[in-house]
Design a binder for this molecule. Structure first.
Ligand code: ZN
Length: 153
């Protein structure tokens, strides 16, 4: 079972079909090898090595999917978890973020994926005691994200 802290149950559907579909060859050509390994093969980048892991280094803006460009997270929901990966307490655009149970690595975790291209983003954890509004930590690989700074008004 998917833990009940996942609020967007409607996103979890066995019939889910991504809106952006490419062949494996097309993905290999459009992504870097590291992006391909994480986004398409559910890999995990090394902690404290990827992009965007520090809390506010990028300033204000939006984090879009590294695979398809869909809006995923915002700098508003980013927080400093010190875990070595970019961390968010809520998606900016929940429609573009879905979750599913992941039983790899000998334990049950909740995987986070881009709804639009089905790219692997990371995992979501709860109950860790961070002082955030949701008590959730979307632990996302930096290579799965692309930061789009807010235009100064
Ligand atoms: Zn995507």
């Amino acid at each position: 079972m998917v833990p009940d802290f996942i609020r967007h149950m409607s996103d979890i559907t066995p019939k889910h079909v991504p809106k952006t579909r490419k062949t494996e060859q097309e993905w290999r050509e459009s992504l870097t090898p590291e992006q391909y390994r994480v986004l398409r093969e559910a890999g995990t980048e090394q902690p404290f090595e990827g992009a965007y892991r520090e809390f506010s280094e990028q300033g204000t803006g939006t984090y879009v999917c590294g695979g398809c460009g869909a809006e995923l997270f915002s700098s508003k929901e980013k927080f400093d978890s010190h875990c070595g990966w970019p961390s968010f307490y809520d998606p900016a655009n929940a429609e573009n973020v879905r979750t599913r149970e992941d039983n790899s690595m000998g334990r049950t975790r909740t995987e986070v994926l881009c709804t639009v291209c089905d790219g692997h983003l990371g995992h979501v954890f709860t109950g860790e005691g961070y002082e955030t509004p949701t008590d959730l930590r979307y632990c996302i690989n930096g290579v799965s994200l692309k930061f789009v700074p807010e235009r100064p008004s």
